[in-house]
Structure formats: C-alpha cells, structure tokens
Design a protein around this ligand. Structure first.
Ligand code: ATP
Length: 240
C-alpha cells in the first residue's frame, strides 16, 4: 500500500470558465490528521475537493501529495497514490448490489488482488453492509448508502479519504451515525479531509478545520478553538 504523506495546497485558484470559485487557497493535511473544511453553500468546498482529486485543474497555485505534484496526476491514478474521494451525493450504482459497488472501488489490479480481504474489513467496520450485501444499493437507506460509498472508497486501500458532505440530505439521527463512522475511520489510522456544512458536528470529529467563504480561507485553527471562537459561534453555530 502507498505510504501516508502530507497533502499541501498553496495559492490554489480554480473555477469554471470565466467564473472563479477559489481565490488562492492554502491548506495542508498531515499524515494521521482529520481536517475539516466548513463554510456556507457555494463557498467552494466541493470545488476544492474536485481540485484535489484531479477532476478540476487549478488555474494557479501548487498541489502536492508527499513529493508528488498532483496537478500532473490524472484522476484515475489517484487510488494508486492512496487517495480516495467520496463524492457529494455518494454516486453509487443504484442497480448494482452492495457487494458489486464495493467491487467497483477495487478496480485497480493491486486492489483486485486484495478484494476479499478488504471486503471483509469493510463488512467488519459496517456490519449493516454485510447484511445487505446482495441488495441493490438504490434500495438502501440514506445512511446505509453513505456507508456503502465510504466502504467503496476504502476498497482501494487509501491512506487519505476525501469526504464531500457525508451528512447531506440525511435525517438528524442518521447524521449522528455518519459522524460516528467518520470517527471509526479515524481510529483506523486513516487521514481524513472532510467538507461539511454541518459545522457543529464536524468540529467534534476533526483535529483542525478551515473556514472557507466565497473561495477564500477566512479562518483556520484547531477544532476546539474554532468551536469556542465568538465569530464562528455567531456565524456557524447559531449562538448569539
Ligand atoms: P455546496 O455546499 O452547495 O456544495 P460548495 O461550498 O461545495 O457548496 P461549490 O459547489 O464548490 O461550493 O461551488 C462554488 C461556486 O462555484 C458556486 O458559486 C457555484 O455556483 C459555482 N459552481 C460550482 N460548480 C460549477 C459548475 N460546474 N459550473 C459553474 N459554476 C459552478
């Protein structure tokens, strides 16, 4: 498996045609860290993850994982570097079974060789998925679908997991379960970069976080410090 490395963005700009969505973002994630990116709708959180996972090229700035320039790596090669992306809205194949969706996550030859072992690991982590292994993914509940999407990402044997709004569209009780999953993944020793609108919850599971507003980092620090910051509490935690 790939070794864990430091992810580092410096001065990253990106956009869509003439529209600029990121205006010089500096951010890093050290091996073993869980880092959050929070901010309102349209702040550029999804864009940031798309840049890291090679789906969108930055127009300026540098993007490195360990010694490697990620802007030179195509999206399909990221799993072999140990980077896995769980996209917004999960993007499961609804007509494929849970197990078949997991297989999709293990498409690289090196991952294929370890399919059975990793599948058992994912089933041990998420027993609910084992119970539903022969069920089409589209018939799962929202929380189970999120489990399946995370499980699929784990099938490539990643060192760093990029999670895009895992709690989006889920009922409050399920949101709690999803953050409990994130905690378990952390305990596995995985490095996590998680983008979330649910600021209160995410600050409970990450070490550090960045606050992104209209494409710029406006605050950053330890999760506990951000959670105690009066401006953050007013803007994001509903405290007045
Ligand atoms: P959300 O929580 O709604 O996903 P976000 O913080 O993830 O918000 P982005 O989805 O990264 O924000 O969007 C940042 C900006 O880029 C927004 O103004 C959005 O309208 C714009 N944008 C996103 N995707 C595209 C696209 N494919 N084409 C044009 N503009 C886009």
């Amino acid at each position: 498996d790939a070794a864990a490395a430091r992810l580092e963005l410096s001065g990253v700009r990106a956009g869509y045609g003439d529209f600029q969505a990121l205006f010089g973002v500096d951010l890093h994630v050290a091996p073993g860290e869980a880092v959050g990116v929070v901010g309102p709708n349209g702040a550029g959180k999804t864009t940031l993850l798309r840049v890291i996972s090679g789906l969108l090229r930055p127009t300026a700035g540098t993007l490195r994982y360990g010694g490697q320039d990620l802007t030179a790596v195509p999206a399909h090669a990221l799993p072999s570097l140990g980077i896995a992306h769980v996209p917004e809205n999960r993007r499961l194949f609804p007509h494929l079974t849970v197990e078949e969706n997991l297989k999709v996550g293990a498409f690289a030859p090196s991952a294929r060789a370890r399919f059975a072992e990793r599948r058992e690991h994912v089933f041990a982590l998420f027993p609910r998925l084992a119970e539903r292994r022969r069920q089409p993914a589209g018939t799962l509940s929202g929380g189970e679908q999120q489990m399946c999407a995370i499980g699929r990402a784990l099938m490539s044997g990643p060192r760093i997991l990029l999670l895009d709004e895992p709690s989006a569209g889920l009922a409050p009780i399920v949101v709690q379960q999803v953050f409990a999953l994130v905690r378990r993944i952390r305990e596995e020793g995985l490095t996590v970069l998680i983008v979330e609108q649910n600021v209160a919850q995410v600050l409970r599971v990450v070490d550090r976080a960045y606050v992104l507003e209209t494409g710029r980092v406006v605050a950053a620090g330890r999760a506990a410090d951000l959670a105690a910051d009066p401006a953050i509490r007013r803007s994001y935690l509903g405290m007045h």
